[in-house]
Write a protein that binds this ligand. Structure first.
Ligand code: PMP
Length: 407
């Protein structure tokens, strides 16, 4: 029954049904980007085919319709993550831009020399470098929270780092390189004692399980549409209204002003203050289509299915031997990151690709984490709900072949 449900879902994703290198595609690179269901592809095409217009400024019907769909998309996102108001949803072009927005606007206003910003040792570069740039500009200090051998955040180490100088903590909800699900509620609890602001990089969070920003009580939450079965070039920054209101604008331009004169300019209300220029209108509509598609699925069943995929991968790795899994936390999403003893990750990736199996190899934009584990990189099979147990089995047959070739 579950198999039939997954097959039915797979039928909605046209890109899953193709041959690559003469073999049926097995797509295990969902951490990099996910495939798109027909509903998303159609929603974008339909926008360009019909109401295609700029938003918020038209004196004509199509512009009104485009504006309505664009703002409806914002409300769809708001409900999807449990935010209080649509004003708290800022469109960005992805997680990277969301974090840069907070670092440069909240950061510029609130961070001074001697302050500290904490990130974890397992962050993607996009949740490290913007803070490094801010620290360079302000004289603040960026301090990493240590990572345990099994890939979990070291909560004791975190507790030791907490002190009044810590103004902001920014961590991934789910590590793209390990799959570890970080204990956001514990982090928020400790942060509140100190009145530190908490930002979560949700790039790998929203696609694996339901997220409620109010329940999590985080201050900022950023994610990318393209990792959530939606279009590229589109993203979301959630921020608490009070914080967003207090922040200066990010970029200057059209749409973000209330009044502009050479004597001075005043800012538009939320969220437009942070949305200079013509936005990615089709992207917002496409993202809303992805969310509506997900809302029509049983996400609890799919999360359990993903859990069985990653458990099978771990089990098969143990049976095979000669595999080092990086990221062994029992609380992990369906990310299987590993090294084959005696083989370079890049070679394993190439041999898998020849068999139609798409993985990512390398440092996964988390070089400090690779350093922590003293590995040059890993092979990463990152799964989504449309992957099957048969595909996991095929991955291991693929690794077996790679082994014969390489070892
Ligand atoms: N954070 C994490 C944990 C990620 O996995 C990624 C994408 N690999 C990003 C941030 C950056 O996302 P984007 O490139 O879509 O801005």
């Amino acid at each position: 029954e579950l198999n039939a449900y997954i097959e039915k879902i797979r039928a909605d994703f046209p890109a899953l049904h193709q041959q690559v290198n003469g073999k049926p595609l097995i797509y295990f690179d969902n951490g990099a980007t996910t495939h798109k269901p027909n509903a998303v592809i159609e929603a974008e095409a339909e926008f360009y085919r019909t109401i295609n217009s700029n938003v918020h400024r038209g004196a004509h019907k199509l512009s009104d319709l485009a504006t309505e769909q664009f703002e409806n998309a914002r409300r769809t996102v708001q409900k999807f993550i449990g935010a209080l108001k649509p004003e708290e949803i800022v469109w960005t072009r992805g997680t990277t831009e969301g974090i840069n927005l907070v670092a440069s606007t909240w950061g510029r206003k609130n961070i001074k020399a001697g302050d500290r910003i904490l990130v974890s040792g397992m962050e993607h570069h996009s949740n490290i470098v913007p803070w490094q740039m801010l620290c360079e500009q302000t004289g603040a200090e960026l301090v990493p929270i240590p990572v345990l051998e099994n890939g979990e955040l070291d909560l004791n180490g975190f507790a030791e780092l907490m002190e009044p100088r810590v103004k902001l903590i920014s961590v991934a909800h789910v590590s793209n390189a390990l799959g570890s699900i970080n204990p956001i509620p514990d982090i928020v609890r400790m942060a509140r004692i100190n009145e530190s602001v908490v930002m979560v990089d949700g790039a790998q969070g929203v696609s694996h399980f339901e997220v409620d920003v109010l329940k999590l009580d985080v201050d900022f939450y950023a994610f990318s549409s393209h990792k959530l079965f939606g279009p590229t070039g589109m993203g979301v920054l959630y921020g608490k209204e009070e914080l967003l209101n207090d922040m200066p604008p990010y970029q200057g331009g059209g749409e973000m002003i209330e009044h502009c004169s050479f004597a001075g300019t005043t800012w538009n209300q939320l969220p437009y203050k942070f949305e200079a220029g013509t936005p990615n209108i089709a992207g917002a509509i496409g993202l809303a289509a992805a969310i509506n598609y997900l809302n029509g699925l049983d996400r609890k069943v799919l999360a359990a299915h993903e859990d069985s995929l990653i458990k099978r991968a771990h089990q098969l790795a143990e049976e095979m031997g000669g595999i080092r899994i990086i990221g062994q936390s029992p609380k992990k999403a369906s990310v299987f990151s590993f090294l084959l003893d005696g083989a370079h990750p890049a070679d394993v990736g190439t041999l898998l690709d020849q068999q139609g199996i798409a993985v990512r190899t390398g440092h996964h934009c988390a070089m400090p984490l690779m350093e922590r584990f003293q590995v040059p990189g890993t092979v990463r099979a990152s799964m989504a709900f449309y992957n099957t147990l048969d595909e996991v089995d095929a991955l291991f047959r693929g690794i077996e072949k790679a082994k014969m070739f390489l070892l």
